[in-house]
Design a protein around this ligand. Structure first.
Ligand SMILES: N[C@@H](CCC(=O)N[C@@H](CS)C(=O)NCC(=O)O)C(=O)O
Length: 200
């Protein structure tokens, strides 16, 4: 299998964590962030991650790939077996990708001084209370073991506590500027817990 990415990619980290938890090895193909020709040649589109599964399939979209990994290597499970519990995790993933992520992207796209930025930033700070509450009395967002919700959110929320000095991605700069775990002790401890997980 080959996993196509770019340096510091949040969405690629989701897949690398899923493979790491499953103990599955992958060959990383790292493209320059500014040159997507190789990604386009493999997948017909420009976003990473792209996973070549080794049997002729080419998968795109990080959480689609995570669901495929979970179905292909069921142990340890990333989605709950119970259908209602699975639906809750899928709803979280939908919220994160189609609601939460819109906010830092909007800040990133807005011109400096845009009056809406303060409200978006306040929304990002407020959502941290929700993540912190989900982590009350349990180590991971939906239970005792890391799962799809954790893989989905961690690569973004980790910017509350750490960043790579070589990472010049402006979107990540928005996360660094507007996320802060203080006073969210559960969230900060979860970020540390997630950072210790194996990454393929
Ligand atoms: N929904 C996609 C989003 C993928 C995505 O936005 N990837 C970023 C890297 S983390 C990217 O390739 N961005 C390039 C661009 O926006 O031109 C997924 O979850 O995989």
């Amino acid at each position: 299998m080959r996993l196509h990415g770019i340096p510091h990619s949040t969405n690629v980290l989701r897949v690398a964590l899923a493979l790491g938890l499953k103990g599955v090895a992958v060959e990383h193909v790292v493209h320059a962030a500014g040159d997507r020709a190789g990604v386009r040649a493999v997948s017909g589109q420009e976003l990473v991650p792209v996973l070549e599964t080794g049997d002729g399939r080419v998968l795109t979209d990080s959480m689609t790939i995570v669901a495929w990994i979970d179905a292909t290597w069921p142990t340890p499970p990333l989605y709950p077996a119970d259908p209602k519990a699975r639906r809750e995790v899928e709803a979280f993933v939908g919220f994160f990708d189609h609601v939460w992520k819109v906010t830092p992207n909007a800040i990133d796209a807005a011109p400096a001084g845009d009056p809406r930025i303060a409200a978006w930033a306040a929304q990002l700070r407020a959502w941290q209370h929700g993540f912190d509450a989900l982590l009350t009395d349990r180590p991971f967002l939906f239970g005792e073991t890391p799962g799809a919700a954790d893989l989905c959110a961690y690569p973004f929320l980790r910017f509350a506590t750490s960043s790579d000095p070589d990472d010049d991605d402006l979107f990540h700069g928005v996360l660094i500027a507007h996320l802060s775990p203080a006073p969210h002790a559960n969230l900060a401890a979860w970020i540390d817990r997630m950072a210790a997980l194996p990454v393929a």
